[in-house]
Design a protein around this ligand. Sequence first.
Ligand code: UD1
Length: 375
Amino acid sequence: MAERRVLVTGGAGFVGSHLVDALVQRGDRVRVFDNLDPQVHGPGATRPSWLSPEAELVIGDMRDPDAVNRALRDVQVVYHLAAAVGVGQSMYRIAEYTATNTLGTAHLLQALVDREMELDRLVVASSMSIYGEGRYRRPDGAEPRISQRTPEQLRAHQWELRDADGAILQPAPTDEDKPLDPTSIYALTKADQEKMCLLVGAAYGIPTVALRFFNIYGPRQALSNPYTGVAAIFSSRLLNGEPPLIFEDGEQRRDFVSVHDVVQALLLAQESPAAVGQAINVGSGESVSVRQVAETLAGVLGVELSPELTARYRVGDIRNCFADISRARTLLGYEPRVTFKQGLEELVAWLAEQERPQDGVASHAAELAARGLTL
Ligand code: UD1
């Protein structure tokens, strides 16, 4: 395959840096555009050691239209992964999240249009968060009428979703046709990013693909970031001899996808003609409960630390969302390769080599509480 010139926004981050490795390995010339956000990279961060030395790093912010414009020079493929990613934080830094994610994407698209660039491909990172709750079925198989839990139900610790007549709803794999229901500013900006790229792509003939990522985990997940995922949080607690803290009853289900499978999907999105113009789920296709995450991790680490069930609700949480990946299989030829156990073994091996992470989670919880954003 001929060398391609590829821009990866957010390419110094968790997912981006793994993508950069794969692109460099197959001989592409890669430019990274990243602001090295201190919340992710630490204060005063310089080029992260994990970023491939083969990649050109341009430090810049999505909110700076000139910097975004310059980063696009001479590229043929754009992966737009840069975003501010704190779900809770997005609820009190509303303008900042909208500027970085929504307006930042607008700057990128504006530059593409102004430069009349004929890209081979634009791939944008979307998120399962845009669905809100996943799909559900009533016991009689009918479509439910209710799509969220009420504050009263949550206060009464009724964790499962119930329909209008009280029937408990069964979670089902979420396909891309599920109506979107973003429930945070972060989720709303992800829906914006996806839709803006797809519609500008269609209008200007830029072949564009949106990938809706489920819960991604793996090495390089930022541990000091309070918005890192549950697998990394539980692992670092267990490594520090502390029990994982489980919200609700631990039976809430997610789809945990290894960063390597995410990279597979990102590469396929660049090749497949059938994927153009589409939004596509990227998950493992398996659902796992939060309790199973804690148990599998304890098994991997060989520790006898039972998780602590807090029976508390984390504000903004959904109960269940896991992916139907049929579309990714059909349109991308995607097939997840990393099992949850293998992926956790890799995560834990990486974490064990890191310096003891600062716990950004506790201070963040206090900040949310101070703003009345907890139940
Ligand atoms: C959210 C975002 C998603 C983002 C991800 C990681 C939504 C709908 N989705 O996913 O876009 O990629 O965060 O930033 O907002 N849990 C515990 N104990 C903990 C931490 C978490 O029990 O210490 C539980 C949560 O209550 C939740 C589950 O684990 O039920 C998963 O949490 P998390 O890893 O933060 O991801 P999501 O909330 O699914």
